[in-house]
Ligand binder design. Structure first.
Ligand code: NAD
Length: 372
């Protein structure tokens, strides 16, 4: 009997529907040749849900996601909803899905394909292949915040006026569970883990550092080191190929993973996985946003979404062969010179062909059958 995979698809806004349908097409083709059945159910979130229900994350979407084995998300947001009340902004759907599904670990691989070395803004990027493990449901994005009025004055006499504050807090439990994911991942890779923090200033960072150092004794084979966030931002540019697994807090991970996206050339190429509580579905999505500037024009690069589907097959369904089939088909497509606009570069000569979302998706599917 063939294996069944129940996937909730949340296309979202902007280019979300184009790239998720590309990923599902590729996934269905790859699964078919490995005797695996893909069942999908489409759900609304973000601006699309605001238009229909007046809120960005309807209960039906949370329940539908919970009932699935895994969620494939496009992206949410866009200028149409920029002026809605803060409480119902499209991005609220992301926070709601992450906390609703208990997704506390965001795993973002950053790989430079040989074919796309010209895409990296770095002169000699070397062999870049690292993963950022970002804590996703704690820290400053979820801490106490607010605004209050103060009658006090600054040292030069200026009235303070309103004071806005956000709070960073982390519990030992929150830190230890994400550290364990990072150490375990390092064991499966090149056995190197870097903790990024700001332990010279922040109390929370000092707790991260103490707990990580302690846990490193349980993983004697893993080479463990620590970097301050400001230094890490520089080192990622100067020696990106030396990193293997990086683990960090929600805020620092948010910033560093966008830097990683730029290092590898285009955010359109990068997949991600969010996982957490055992027994609840994981969520898979490209790292980019809804790209409203190119939505509906057949210009979006679907490879980040297609590679997210491959990650899902490997991490949730244990379908290593399907994941590798998809990844190899993407490499073959790039080797054949097919490029969407975001990965087309001056100086590549006549060896590349500019194509649209649909054409590059079809090429990946055609290359799947060659892989098998
Ligand atoms: P963005 O990632 O959507 O776009 C940045 C630039 O990269 C744009 O020029 C865009 O055309 C290009 N780009 C992005 N993905 C691409 C792809 N697959 N192929 C080709 N080009 C691509 O970031 P932004 O412009 O800052 O945000 C647009 C909207 O997306 C905002 O509403 C923002 O809040 C939202 N957003 C959502 C998510 C998410 O859903 N996870 C993440 C980031 C931003």
């Amino acid at each position: 009997m063939s294996k069944k995979c129940n996937i909730a698809v949340i296309p979202g806004d902007g280019i979300g529907p184009e790239i998720t349908s590309a990923a599902i097409e590729v996934l269905e083709a790859a699964a078919k040749s490995r005797d695996v059945e893909i069942f999908t159910r489409e759900l609304l979130a973000g601006g699309a849900a605001i238009d229909r229900y007046g809120i960005p994350l309807p209960q039906e979407t949370i329940s539908g996601a919970m009932d699935s084995d895994a969620v494939l998300l496009g992206a949410v947001g866009g200028p149409k909803w920029d002026n809605v009340e803060p409480d119902i902004r499209p991005e609220r759907a992301l926070l709601g899905l992450r906390s609703g599904l208990g997704l506390y670990a965001n795993i973002r691989p950053a790989v430079v394909y040989d074919e796309l070395v010209a895409a990296s803004p770095l002169k000699n990027p070397g062999k870049i292949d690292f993963v950022i493990v970002r804590e996703l449901t704690g820290g400053i994005y979820f801490g106490k915040n607010g605004i209050y009025q103060s009658g006090d004055r600054l040292s030069d006499g200026t009235v303070k006026g309103k004071i806005a504050f956000d709070t960073e807090s982390y519990s030992e439990g929150e830190i230890n569970r994400i550290l364990k994911i990072a150490f375990d991942l390092a064991m499966k890779r090149r056995k190197k883990l870097t903790l990024v923090d700001k332990a010279n200033v922040l109390t929370t960072s000092r707790m991260w550092r103490a707990l990580a150092s302690q846990m490193s004794f349980d993983y004697p084979e893993v080479e463990f080191d620590c970097l301050y966030i400001d230094n890490a931002a520089m080192q990622l540019i100067s020696r990106p190929s030396t990193f293997d697994v990086i683990v960090t807090s929600n805020l620092f991970g948010d910033i560093l993973s966008d830097e990683a996206g730029q290092i590898v050339g285009s955010v359109g190429m990068l997949p991600s996985a969010s996982v957490g509580v055992k027994g609840k579905p994981g969520m898979f999505e490209p790292i980019h946003g809804s790209a409203p500037d190119i939505a509906g024009q057949n210009k979006a690069n679907p490879l980040g979404s297609i590679l997210s589907a491959a990650m899902m097959m490997r991490m949730i369904f244990g379908e290593e062969e399907i994941a590798s089939d998809i990844e190899n088909a993407v490499k073959k497509t790039l080797s054949a010179g097919l490029r969407t606009g975001d990965i087309t570069f001056v100086g590549e000569g006549n060896n590349t062909t500019l194509v649209g979302t649909k054409e590059i998706t079809k090429a990946v599917i055609d290359n799947l059958s060659i892989s098998n």
